[in-house]
Design a protein. Structure first.
Length: 149
């Protein structure tokens, strides 16, 4: 009797726990490459339930990760805002649903420090690169016009 109940309950428990067991943690470094602050990688593809961990690996600059297309975005920071991260500090966010999630570093927005997380449930077969929003492209262009420190 107990074995029969266990035989019924065990497969259901596996089905409920499987998505959590398959979830991954993806790493994004906040760093400087060629005197330019960057997210590495700047584009990341994950599945629903996966977590992204941003870590400041830059010995020279503090960074942040803020959801949205930039500080002028009325929804900036609505999903997440890490605050300022110093060398070695990390911030994590778990993406529960499919979609394209742009983000930026508030201290380095003018210098073009933008990234995107594409969350796909595996049914999306379109390939190629996702472009950063028009506003992000315009702000990145300004970084070439403004004087560097």
């Amino acid at each position: 009797m107990i074995l029969r109940r266990l035989a019924l309950v065990a497969p259901m428990a596996l089905l409920l726990l499987a998505p959590a067991a398959l979830a991954e943690v993806h790493e994004v470094q906040m760093t400087t490459e060629g005197f330019e602050p960057r997210f590495v990688p700047a584009e990341l593809r994950v599945r629903p339930g996966d977590t992204v961990r941003w870590t400041n690996t830059d010995a020279f600059h503090d960074h942040s990760t803020v959801s949205g297309t930039g500080s002028a975005d009325p929804n900036a920071g609505e999903l997440w805002d890490s605050g300022i991260l110093r060398l070695g500090q990390s911030f994590e966010y778990t993406f529960e649903s499919a979609g394209t999630f742009e983000y930026f570093s508030l201290p380095h927005e003018v210098e073009g420090m933008f990234g995107v997380v594409i969350v796909s449930d595996g049914t999306d077969i379109s390939g190629g690169s996702v472009e950063v929003s028009t506003w992000g492209v315009i702000k990145r262009g300004f970084s070439t016009l403004l004087p560097k420190d």
